[in-house]
Design a protein around this ligand. Structure first.
Ligand code: C2E
Ligand code: MG
Ligand code: MG
Ligand code: MG
Length: 279
C-alpha cells in the first residue's frame, strides 16, 4: 500500500514537472512571435515625490498578453528571453517604446518628467547596450537626462568592472542610472562608491509591512543614509500603505512608488493621471 502511495506521489510530481517544462517550451517558442504579434506592451507606474504627491516620472513595466495563457509576468518571461537570446531585441523595443511615450507626455508640459527603463543583466553583459541607447536617444529626441536606466544590484555586482566601464559610457551620454532591488544583492561598498550612479531603489521586500518589522525599517534607513553619504537619490518601491509612506517620508526618501498611489497603468490611464494633476 505504502509503495502504491509513493508511486502516486511520484507520478503527480512527474506530471507537475512535465506541465512546467511544457509551459516553458511554449513560452520559448511563442515569445519569438509575441513582439511581431503585438502581444507585448508596456504599463507605466508613476514615481511620486512624497512631499507634494506629484508625479515626477514613470517606470515602464513590460507585459505579455498571451492569446491562450493570458497575462504572463515579466518575472517568468524575461528569464526565458534572456536564455533564448531574445532579450536584446525585446529590450530595444522596450527602450524605444518608453522613450516615444515620454516624448508624447513631455510635449506641452512645463515640468520635466522622467522615464525609468529596466535593463537586464544579459543586456548589460552584452556589447550592444550603449549603441542601442545612443540610437534611441537620437531617434526620439528626448532630453538625455530624462531617461533613467534601472539595473539590479546583483546584475551590476556580478561583474562590477564591466558595469563600471559601461556606466561611464552611459553617463557620458547624459542618461541617469539606478540600482534596482537594492539591499537584496551583495554590494561591495568600494564598488558602489566608484560607480557613477544617481539613484538607489530600496527593494519592495524592505518596504512591505515595514511599520511592523523594525528590521526592515532599519535596513531601509541604512540605505537612505548610504544614499545621502554617496550623494544619491533614493526611491522606495512597493509602498502600499499610509503607514509605510509616513515612515519613508520621515526617513527622507526622495521618491516613492507603489500601489498606495498607483498600480502600473496602461498608457491611456497614465495619460489621464497626468492630466488630472494638471487640472
Ligand atoms: P522591478 O523593476 O523591481 O519593478 C517593480 C515591480 O514591483 C513591478 O512588478 C511592479 O508592478 C511591482 N510593484 C510596484 N509597486 C508595488 C506595490 O505596491 N505592491 C506590489 N506587490 N508590487 C508592486 P512587475 O511589473 O511584475 O515586474 C517585475 C520585474 O520584472 C521588475 O521588477 C523587473 O525586474 C522586471 N521587468 C519588468 N519590465 C521589464 C523590462 O522591460 N525589462 C526587463 N529587463 N525587466 C523588466
Ligand atoms: Mg525596476
Ligand atoms: Mg525594483
Ligand atoms: Mg523589485
Amino acid at each position: 500500500h505504502a509503495k502504491q502511495n509513493g508511486r502516486a506521489r511520484w507520478m503527480m510530481f512527474d506530471q507537475t514537472m512535465q506541465e512546467g517544462a511544457l509551459r516553458r517550451l511554449t513560452l520559448e517558442a511563442e515569445l519569438r512571435l509575441a513582439l511581431d504579434a503585438n502581444q507585448l506592451f508596456l504599463q507605466y507606474q508613476p514615481i511620486i515625490t512624497p512631499g507634494d504627491g506629484m508625479i515626477s516620472g514613470f517606470e515602464a513595466l513590460l507585459r505579455w498578453r498571451h492569446p491562450v495563457l493570458g497575462m504572463i509576468s515579466p518575472l517568468e518571461f524575461i528569464p526565458v528571453a534572456e536564455e533564448v537570446g531574445l532579450i536584446g531585441q525585446i529590450g530595444s523595443w522596450v527602450l524605444e517604446a518608453a522613450c516615444l511615450q515620454l516624448r508624447e507626455w513631455q510635449r506641452g508640459r512645463a515640468l520635466p518628467l522622467s522615464m525609468s527603463v529596466n535593463v537586464s543583466a544579459v543586456q548589460l553583459a552584452g556589447g550592444e547596450l550603449v549603441k542601442v541607447v545612443t540610437r534611441v536617444l537620437a531617434e526620439t529626441g528626448i532630453a538625455h537626462g530624462s531617461l533613467k536606466l534601472e539595473l539590479t544590484e546583483s546584475a551590476v555586482m556580478a561583474d562590477a568592472d564591466h558595469a563600471l566601464a559601461v556606466f561611464k559610457e552611459l553617463k557620458a551620454l547624459g542618461v541617469r542610472l539606478s540600482l534596482d532591488d537594492f539591499g537584496t544583492g551583495y554590494s561591495s561598498l568600494s564598488h558602489l562608491r566608484r560607480l557613477p550612479i544617481d539613484t538607489l531603489k530600496i527593494d519592495r521586500s524592505f518596504v512591505s509591512a515595514m511599520d511592523s518589522h523594525s528590521d526592515k525599517r532599519q535596513i531601509a534607513e541604512v540605505v537612505v543614509m548610504l544614499a545621502r553619504t554617496l550623494g544619491l537619490d533614493v526611491v522606495a518601491e512597493g509602498v502600499e500603505t499610509r503607514a509605510e509612506l509616513d515612515i519613508l517620508r520621515e526617513m527622507g526618501s526622495d521618491f516613492v512608488q507603489g500601489y498606495f498611489y498607483f498600480r502600473p497603468l496602461d498608457a491611456a490611464a497614465a495619460t489621464l493621471a497626468l492630466a488630472d494633476e494638471a487640472s
